[in-house]
Structure formats: C-alpha cells, structure tokens
Write a protein of this length. Structure first.
Lengths: 272, 282
C-alpha cells in the first residue's frame, strides 16, 4: 500500500496578468488535507478550482502562500502527485498498455516490475483484454479508466482529479464514480476532486469544499459523515446535498442585475 | 462501436474480447476492389477518345500518334534498353536529390519548430526562398555549378526541402499543449518529450511533407532534365520533340506519370502501416 500524504495549503493566492491588468484568481485559500482523505471541491466556473489543482500538481508556479506535501514545499511536478484531467489525454499512437506504461517512464523500477505494475493497474480499472487496443477503439468511459490507471501506476501519494467525469454521459459517470470510490478505498491514497457536480462531490468526498468566484476563495467546508458505500436516494445524503446546493442559490450578484433604463432610437444598433 | 455500448450502462461486466473493430474482412476486400475499379473508367474514356481522334484523324497523326503507335514505340524503347537506362538515371538523381533535400529539410524544420530564436532568424528568409520555384534558380545555378549532375541534384533537393521543412515546422508547432503538460506531469526529460510526445504527435504532418517532397522532387527532376540534360526521362521528352517523334514524347510522359504515381503509392502504403493508430476518416 503506498504512503498517503498530508497536503497543507496555507494562504494561497494567485493572480494572472491579462492585458496589463492583474486578475486575482485565488485569494488566501487555506486547506489542510489528512492522509487518505477524499476532499471534493465544488464551485461555479471561474472560481479558480482548476487553477488550485494546477498549482498543487506543479504545472504552474508563481503564487503566494505555501503548498506543503508532508511538510515539504512542492517544487514543480513530481511522481508523488498524480493528476487526471477532464479529457483523458491518452496518446492516440500508443496502445492502452503503452499509455499506462508511459506513466512509469521515469519510475525507479526494473522492466519486469514496470510490466507487472502496468498489468495490475489495467486490472484495477477492469480493462483486462484491452491492453493492445488503441484509444480510438475505446469509449469515453473506457478512456477515462485508462487515464485512472495511468495516473495511479506510479503509486502517487495524492491523486488530483480535475473534473474527470465531466465529459461523460450520466450513466457512465455514475458507474465510474462508484469505481473511483472502490479504487480509493483499495489504494488508501489521498484524493482531491474538483467538480461542478454537487452530487458527485457529496457522493465521493469526506468533506466538500465550496468555493466562490472572483476572486476564488473558500466559502464553506461541509463534512459528509456518511458511511460508504453511499446511497444517493438516502435522506441524509439528500440533506447534505441540499445544504451544499444552498450555497449556490444566493440572490444574483448586483452587477448581474441590469437596471431597466430608457431606450431611444439613437442607441439602437445591430448586435453584430 | 456498438460492441462497447454495454459499458455505457451500469452493468459492471465489460466485453472481454480484444478490441479490434473488424468489419468482416471479406466485405472490406470487396469494397476496396470496388473503389479501385472506379479509377479505371475515366482514363479508359480518355484512351478511347484518343483512339477515336487518331482513327478519324481529327488531329494529324504527326502531332497525335495513335495509342497503338505509342505502345509500339514504348516496346521498341524497352527492347533497345533506352527506356530503362533513362529511367534508371532519373531515379538515381531523384534518390540523391531527395535524400539530401529531405535530410536538410527535416533538420531545418526541427530547428525552426523547436527553437523560436532559430525560427525568428530563418523563417522569413526561408519563406522567401521557398517562393522562387526550383527552375527559377536554374540560370544562376548553371553559371555556378555547370550543367552536370550537381545542378540536377541541387534543384531536386531544393524542391523536396521546402515542403518537408515547412510541414515539419508546422507539425512541431501544432503539438497540443495538453500533451506537453502530460509529459511535464510525468517528468519527461527534454529528450523523452521529443521522443515520446513531440515527434509521434508531429509525425502525420511530417510524413505529409515527405510525400509532397517526393512529388515535388519528381516534378523538378523532369523539369530540369527538360532544360539541361542529355539523359533521363525528361531528356527523352525533349529529344522526341526535337525529332518530331511525338510517340516517343508520349511514351516518356506515360512512364513519368506512372513512376510518379508509384513513388507516392509506396509512401502511402508505408504511411498506412505507420499510422495504423489513426481513426479512418470516412
């Protein structure tokens, strides 16, 4: 069983420069994640939740604050931190086993150990028999399973999931959520899921972090003290889901409410 | 992909047989044959028209000899060995010119694709250079290197270099950021990134460039042989015209066309083999 990591985010802020203007994306985000915990992050688009993951994985730097993995500041990308994106990002010229194997390119293992690891992880996501298939021969759900296998094959201490099932149909998504839960329980690693699907967040998470946009910051953290496997039809489940959803049903922001005003012919113009 | 539709249900049982989408091979063979047959009616119609034109002397036979005469001339040229000799010379020139041009073009394309600085230095000049057709360089080159083999090989090399460099450059430019990010997540070194991500990803456009390059090389060869040569298929065309033997001209034209087509076919077959991971268009 791999070691699961503690992830400590302290006072994290990040800005982008857009045409000379400074655009804050994350503002003073602090979050402490225990080893083996499953944390869901929900928020509307533009709340910086994907940026948060890109910072933790190390694809972007230039931030203020601290991101500590087991007490050490993260530097760049690392095989200890795995990520899965919304698109499967498989290489179309490689077969399933080659794609998974590429995750191990820089792993400190012998060839035989690597082969075993690839086989085990393909089995973990239930794709035995598809080792030699090319990505174009797989359905969207199967491709995402390959992506899970590739993300896990290095036995990372923490796995980041950036809306991993966002592009799948509802049935496949429900099934893969179940699968992900099984894998999480089996591997015992820390997982952080970013999603805009509240039900998914509650179904999978030990805690649900609700973020709000402009600039992205944490609004509330909701505990989900339900035993697993969870039942989506359960009353307690529905209550927590309602609770999280209520965070999104504020009255519309002021700038979105248009003032009714007089129109005259001079103002009239084509919208194109 | 109906075979995998069960994945889309909640049923956790997956189809376990290997995933190779095979329309029944027999039917595929027939449809391939059917498509190949479709290539024939048009040239046959042209041949028929040609025959009619010759039979009814719509065009004087000195200008447009009948298909039978051309076939006879072809057989004569073959028996005398003239055709094989000239073809061999032409192919030899293309081989050298194309090899040199392809190598240089690839190196140039990779350099411009990987290093923005190199690109800034070279790209505008390269584009300008590419705008001048190979034959535009002919008079100058004739003065510089004479009219021997070097002239032909340089011009053929130039003709194949341009599309290969351009396509290699564009192919490298268009490698998706998502793939490069993935390589960063798995901590690929620069070389691993090139070897496992950038080159495979850019391979289809690069190979396209190679195919264009070979076609252009063949065209340039015939062009330069027409203008400055005493051997080769292009020369055979000029020679036939000078002697007013249009049957020789036409026989040589047919051979030029057929070899050009065959060269491209060879590359197409290799492509199909190398790019078998690609979804068939339609």
């Amino acid at each position: 069983m791999p070691h699961a990591a503690t992830l400590e985010i302290r006072g994290l802020s990040k800005q982008y420069q857009v045409k000379g203007d400074t655009l804050p994306v994350l503002d003073n985000v602090s979050l402490s994640i225990k080893p083996g915990e499953f944390v869901s992050i929900v928020g509307a688009s533009g709340c910086g939740k994907s940026t948060l993951l890109r910072l933790v994985i190390g694809l972007e730097d230039d931030y203020q604050g601290d991101i500590l993995l087991d007490g050490h500041r993260i530097v760049g990308t690392s095989l200890e931190r795995g990520i899965m994106f919304q698109e499967h990002r498989l290489f179309p010229w490689l077969t399933v086993e080659q794609n998974v194997g590429l995750g191990l390119l820089n792993a400190d293992l012998g060839e035989a150990r690597k082969r075993d690891a690839v086989r085990e992880h393909i089995a973990l996501v239930g794709l035995e028999g598809f080792e030699r298939a090319y990505p174009y021969q797989l359905s969207g759900g199967m491709s995402q399973r390959v992506a899970i296998a590739r993300a896990l094959v290095n036995r990372p201490e923490v796995l980041l999931l950036d809306e991993p099932f966002g592009a799948l149909d509802a049935l496949t998504r429900a099934y893969l959520q179940q699968e992900l839960q099984r894998i999480w329980a089996q591997e015992g690693i820390t997982m952080i899921l970013v999603t805009h699907d509240v039900e998914e967040a509650v179904y999978l998470g030990d805690r649900v972090v609700v973020m709000q946009p402009r600039p992205g910051r944490i609004k509330r953290i909701v505990d989900v003290p339900l035993p697993r496997p969870r039942d989506r039809g359960d009353y307690a489940f529905a209550a927590i889901k309602e609770d999280v959803l209520s965070e999104f049903s504020d009255r519309p922001r002021d700038e979105l409410i248009a003032e009714p005003r007089e129109r005259n012919a001079v103002e009239w113009q084509f919208s194109w | 992909m109906s075979a995998y539709s069960s994945v889309l249900t909640l049923d956790p049982v997956l189809p376990t047989q290997a995933a190779t989408p095979t329309p029944r091979p027999r039917r595929r063979l027939w449809s391939a044959l059917g498509r190949a047959l479709l290539a024939w009616p048009f040239p046959l119609a042209v041949l028929l028209l040609w025959q009619l034109a010759a039979t009814y002397e719509w065009v004087p036979s000195q200008i447009l000899p009948s298909p039978a005469t051309v076939a006879g001339t072809f057989a004569d040229l073959w028996r005398s060995g003239e055709l094989q000799d000239n073809t061999a010379i032409s192919l030899w020139r293309v081989l050298w010119g194309f090899s040199a041009g392809a190598t240089l073009g690839f190196v140039l394309g990779v350099a411009m694709g990987l290093s923005p600085l190199t690109k800034d230095y070279l790209y505008p000049t390269f584009k300008t250079f590419a705008q001048v057709p190979a034959l535009g360089w002919l008079p100058l080159l004739m003065m510089l290197v004479g009219i021997d083999e070097a002239l032909k090989i340089i011009l053929i090399a130039k003709a194949s270099l341009v599309p290969i460099a351009l396509n290699t450059y564009k192919g490298l430019q268009n490698v998706p950021t998502t793939q490069i990010e993935l390589a960063r997540v798995y901590r690929f070194s620069r070389w691993q990134l090139l070897r496992h991500v950038v080159l495979p990803s850019a391979f289809p456009p690069i190979w396209n460039g190679v195919r264009y390059g070979l076609t252009h090389a063949w065209l340039a060869l015939v062009g330069v042989e027409l203008l400055a040569s005493s051997e080769g298929l292009g020369f055979l065309i000029v020679y036939g015209r000078q002697l007013y033997q249009l049957d020789v001209v036409l026989a040589a034209v047919v051979v030029v066309g057929a070899i050009g087509w065959a060269l491209d076919r060879v590359l197409a077959v290799i492509e199909k083999r190398l790019l078998r991971w690609r979804v068939e268009g339609f």
